[in-house]
Write a protein that binds this ligand. Structure first.
Ligand SMILES: Cc1cc2nc3c(=O)[nH]c(=O)nc-3n(C[C@H](O)[C@H](O)[C@H](O)COP(=O)(O)O)c2cc1C
Length: 202
């Protein structure tokens, strides 16, 4: 099974979400892809114009055509994998902007989703393949603090479900611990949970 691990924390191996993804993926082959990679396509003006020019059959410039080809290439790269693992911290109740920037590349009408006869969105990328979300956040979003709103988990579950993936979620919270001992214990417990989740899924 070819797995693409999409890593959204910029902290690399120091990130709890990345460590959990590595524990989850232990003993398997996978490709690690950080959305903070400086070579990632920048979805800016030309891509935004090309997106709708293409849909409406309007002409676009060679630069716009070139960036659009890069967008399609990225979608086809993702399609070649049998499974996605997406690890992400919560940033300001949502996902880090670099992950959102990558989602803006891969979510495209016709190429990765389409509409059915009732006008509903239907995935054209996931084809029922598994997508495992591994999420971290420092506060509790389990109802203990009803004033806190979680846009991270529902957003990612919605987007990858809409693309056609079968999504499962592992969320660790709250990750703030005030003593080094408590932090070490929380990390050990989270890694153990990630390993258990892997064995339960296979
Ligand atoms: C820029 C930034 C914004 C954050 N915003 C939130 C937030 O809105 N809610 C929350 O619970 N934690 C927030 N956090 C805390 C992280 O989600 C938390 O520390 C997480 O465990 C870090 O995961 P990582 O080690 O995988 O990067 C934020 C952290 C950063 C750096």
């Amino acid at each position: 099974m070819r797995t693409l691990w999409i890593e959204a924390s910029p902290k690399g191996n120091d990130a709890l979400s990345s460590q959990m993804a590595m524990a989850y993926l232990e003993g398997t082959e996978y490709e690690r892809f950080s959305v903070w990679d400086e070579n990632m396509v920048r979805f800016g003006r030309d891509a935004a114009i090309a997106k709708f020019a293409g849909l409406f059959g309007e002409p676009f410039t060679p630069e716009q055509g070139a960036i659009w080809q890069q967008v399609l290439d990225e979608i086809e790269r993702v399609r070649r994998f049998d499974r996605l693992v997406i690890s992400s911290p919560m940033w300001n109740w949502h996902v880090p902007h670099a992950l959102k920037a990558w989602i803006d590349i891969i979510v495209q009408p016709v190429a990765s989703f389409t509409l059915n006869s009732r006008g509903e969105h239907v995935g054209a990328l996931g084809d029922g393949k598994p997508a495992q979300l591994i999420l971290t956040r420092s506060s509790a979003y389990d109802g203990r603090h009803p004033e806190l709103q979680d846009f991270q988990r529902p957003y990612l579950e919605y987007v990858f479900g809409m693309l056609g993936y079968s999504v499962e979620t592992l969320a660790i919270e709250p990750t703030t611990r005030w003593t080094p001992e408590d932090r070490a214990q929380m990390r050990e417990d989270a890694l153990a949970l990630a390993r258990r989740t892997r064995t339960e899924r296979v």
